[in-house]
Design a protein around this ligand. Structure first.
Ligand SMILES: Cc1ncc(COP(=O)(O)O)c(C=O)c1O
Length: 427
């Protein structure tokens, strides 16, 4: 049968996630080192705490633990989220919260509730691929806004909104990842966050703020104060805030949440009813207990030290082996190093060569809505061990040098290439 004719227009437009696709490649090639997905380090999961919590929950045989639950979320978890948000400077009531099955579901629900086909969503150039797919799935048009070394360029933002509005386009919201953005690792400066709220008010835009990495700041360049969410200063109720336990506890639970004005949350709840009725009851209870027992609080310093060390190792290896060929902004937190190769290099071709050398990454173009990024690579340092990071960069360097030599642009020919750190200088 040819099923093509049965698919909806929406299904025809759906695109497979470039990152998920790399997972399939990774599973097929033996001894492959993957810098592709933003997976946490599995040895960072608090296994013993989770075992104790799960044993207690299942031993208690409380019926609701394995039952359907309210769509909004498990009430004690919602109460605990109020505290988590307060710790980030956000005053939210329980009525303003919805537990979601990962932040990815939050993005999908936001798209369903706020967007009609043909509406415009503004996104950073580059931006998170999962947001691109969620917004495109409801047939929104994505328009990019440039970034500076400290995140979104507000002059460009105003120019883009003004141009689109003059064309009669319905610009609905701006999607931003202010803390250690995926893929660039950039951090929006505090003063800029304030000005962003002012620009949003001036142009009557909502802001969808996605914050899975805020806890993962590296002490050499950033502090908790610098990760203060935009939502914390949102006096008008313009910000829909998403966050997740995927990077701090474990993504396998699929527990995340949205904090937004009551009316928006009420609509998101209805959209979620159709999607999955409720997030897993056992998962929500494990996360709730991890908060109550101090497991989440203890994870913060451990994860910051772990990922900072991994970043250092990947950066050192890149500097030693590819410092004359690649540049990158210094990641101040999060999971990623966003690297730029000479303009002539095509990351897609490079990926084929790198796979043959036993290493993969995500090609930069996956993160751009305007076709740019052909010579960019996103390297994730979060999951591989430090030894695998070093070996992976060695393989990557071999692949890149081979490609450049074939093109007659070896390191010698490149005349020293660009220096590192041009995106976001240290300090
Ligand atoms: C910016 C961003 N938003 C959302 C997500 C999805 O996270 P979750 O596991 O909570 O669905 C990710 C995962 O990598 C991410 O990087």
């Amino acid at each position: 049968m040819n099923y093509q004719r049965y698919f909806s227009r929406g299904a025809d437009l759906m695109q497979e996630s470039a990152i998920r696709k790399m997972g399939t490649v990774g599973a097929r090639v033996p001894d492959l080192i993957s810098f592709a997905p933003g997976y946490p380090a599995p040895d960072s999961f608090p296994w013993d705490d989770f075992r104790a919590i799960t044993t207690d929950l299942l031993t208690a045989r409380e019926a609701t633990t394995l039952q359907y639950g309210p769509t909004r979320g498990f009430a004690p978890l919602l109460d605990a989220l109020v505290g988590v948000l307060a710790g980030r400077g956000i005053a939210a009531s329980v009525e303003q919260l919805l537990v979601t099955t990962g932040s990815q579901q939050g993005l999908d629900l936001v798209a369903r509730v706020l967007l009609d086909p043909g509406d415009v969503v503004l996104v950073e150039l580059p931006t998170y691929t999962g947001a691109i797919t969620a917004f495109r799935n409801v047939q929104a048009e994505l328009v990019g806004v440039r970034q500076d070394t400290d995140g979104i360029d507000l002059v460009d933002l105003e120019a883009v909104v003004t141009r689109l509005r003059a064309q009669g386009r319905r610009v609905r919201f701006l999607y931003v990842v202010p803390n250690f953005q995926n893929p660039t690792g950039l951090l929006i400066g505090l003063a800029k966050r304030q000005r962003l709220l002012e620009v949003a008010a001036k142009h009557d835009l909502l802001i969808v703020e996605d914050d899975p990495y805020g806890e993962l700041y590296f002490s050499d360049f950033a502090s908790a104060a610098e990760t203060r969410p935009i939502k914390a200063d949102d006096d008008e109720g313009r910000v829909v805030y998403l966050s997740s336990f995927s990077k701090t506890l474990a993504p396998g639970f699929r527990v995340a949440w949205v904090a937004a004005p009551d009316e928006i949350v009420a609509k998101l709840e209805i959209a979620k009813q159709a999607a999955d009725l409720c997030t897993g009851a056992l998962d929500q209870r494990i996360v709730w207990q991890a908060i109550e027992r101090g497991v989440l609080a203890a994870q913060g310093p451990t994860l910051r030290a772990l990922y900072q060390q991994k970043r250092d190792i990947m950066e050192r290896a890149l500097r030693d082996r590819l410092g004359r060929t690649m540049t990158w902004p210094e990641p101040r937190g999060g999971f990623f190093i966003w690297t730029r190769l000479p303009e002539t290099v095509d990351a897609e071709a490079m990926l084929v060569r790198a796979t043959a050398h036993g290493v993969i990454f995500v090609v930069g173009s996956a993160f751009y809505v305007d076709g740019a990024g052909r010579n960019m690579l996103r390297l994730s340092f979060s999951q591989p061990t430090t030894a695998r990071i070093e070996e992976g960069v060695r393989r990557l360097a071999d692949a890149i040098h081979e490609e450049l030599d074939l093109a007659g642009q070896g390191v010698g020919a490149a005349g020293g290439g660009a220096s590192r750190g041009t995106g976001a200088p240290r300090g």
